[in-house]
Write a new protein. Structure first.
Length: 261
């Protein structure tokens, strides 16, 4: 059993073949697909997918940092209302700071990230952190807020060895996706420093398709290629990687309770 801990299956990229795509994932052994939210525009379709596939597609709620603009408060209010309304949410995510595309709203991103961390602590929900060109800023907010009572994962990890050690020091898990299969990414050299009990598998579909599908639309069934690469790195079998990472996902997202299929 594999768990894809980060996949945007509700996006328009899958509108033509969503059910078939999920069927391929199930046939490949990916029995749980966790859905991080992006902004107010994605909540309805995400929830519809979770209702269609109960126990398989499991929803989160959060405001993605690239969606933080001048009118962010309305977007943030949507997240709060959904938290109050929906007791089936498994995490707050994805949240964080993204300085790759635009630094205009860095202060607003920091404020929104901080606010959602507070909500996670209040609700005892894990956080799914997006950190792109922003590890220093992410760590600053985490240190200011404090991480007592917080659990979570650094999704799509792309930092340095020092960033990895800092992320692990918070007790958080590390999400590894198709980037690990890219020859020149450097991620393969960092993975051995991730303890296996902190390791999560993810696709970030429809983005970042692994080799041999690089450059194409990603989907959850491609998780097996990421697992195969990790098995090589850790000198384990893909089956062992599946077991370890699914166990980690179950613990972090509390999937043994009402969410387990």
């Amino acid at each position: 059993m594999y768990t894809d801990t980060h996949t945007h299956l509700y996006l328009d990229a899958f509108s033509a073949d969503r059910d078939a795509m999920i069927g391929r994932a199930l046939e490949a052994g990916i029995s749980r697909m966790l859905l991080p939210n992006i902004d107010a525009s994605t909540v309805e379709e995400m929830n519809r997918l979770a209702e269609r596939y109960p126990g398989i597609c499991l929803p989160m709620i959060g405001l993605h940092p690239t969606a933080v603009k001048a009118g962010y408060q309305e977007e943030l209010d949507t997240v709060r209302k959904e938290l109050d309304r929906n007791d089936g949410l498994i995490a707050i995510g994805e949240i964080g700071i993204d300085l790759y595309w635009d630094r205009t709203f860095i202060r607003e991103q920091e404020k929104v990230f901080s606010e959602q961390l507070k909500w996670a602590r209040e609700r005892s929900l894990p956080v799914v952190i997006h950190a792109r060109e922003s590890f220093r800023e992410i760590f600053h907010v985490l240190d200011m807020e404090g991480t007592d009572g917080l659990t979570g994962v650094f999704h799509s990890f792309s930092g340095t060895r020092e960033d990895l050690e800092k992320a692990l020091s918070y007790g958080f898990m590390i999400g590894i996706n198709g980037i690990v299969t890219f020859k020149n990414s450097g991620l393969s050299e960092l993975v051995p420093f991730i303890p296996t009990d902190r390791l999560l598998l993810e696709t970030d579909a429809p983005f970042l398709a692994p080799v041999p599908h690089r450059g194409k639309r990603n989907e959850s069934s491609y998780l097996i290629h990421i697992a195969e690469r990790l098995a090589e790195i850790y000198n384990l079998t893909p089956r062992e990687i599946a077991s370890i990472t699914s166990r980690n996902a179950t613990a972090l997202f509390k999937l043994n309770s009402v969410h387990e299929s």
